[in-house]
Unconditional design. Structure first.
Length: 136
């Protein structure tokens, strides 16, 4: 596994944790209250003029979610497989069955989705390095 792939895998794990926290329990109620979400997902600091201002805690998860949404616009099945693979419990076979595809297709789509994300993530890192004046 390359450095970019291992870095991306860590980010996908954090994204999966963040993503599952946002889901409801199937009856319209989230796992956590609004107050709980604010405490867990935001960092609060004093704002000018009094009060507090919150910023999202997981910018990494937000970055991955943005890429997954972009992937969904390109190829929805790949994004669905990625979300299922990282955010749902059960075997890959059950996840594939829930999506109406074979296990082989599920595994292929998961690899393809990760490769797509890896390519986009590599481009982001390269552009960031150029912006920061880092030369290779």
């Amino acid at each position: 596994m390359s450095l970019v792939e291992s870095h991306l895998e860590k980010r996908l794990q954090e994204w999966a944790l963040w993503y599952t926290r946002q889901e409801d329990v199937g009856i319209g109620y989230p796992h956590r209250s609004i107050e709980g979400r604010l405490q867990d997902d935001y960092i609060f600091f004093p704002a000018k003029g009094g009060g507090y201002q919150g910023i999202p805690y997981s910018s990494i998860a937000a970055e991955i979610e943005k890429l997954v949404v972009e992937l969904s616009d390109y190829q929805a099945l790949l994004a669905d497989v990625l979300r299922a693979d990282y955010t749902q419990t059960g075997t890959q076979g059950n996840k594939a069955k829930n999506l109406g595809i074979s296990l082989a297709q599920f595994k292929f789509c998961a690899k393809l989705a990760k490769a797509w994300l890896c390519g986009h993530y590599s481009a982001i890192l390269a552009n960031t390095a150029k912006f920061n004046g880092i030369q290779r």
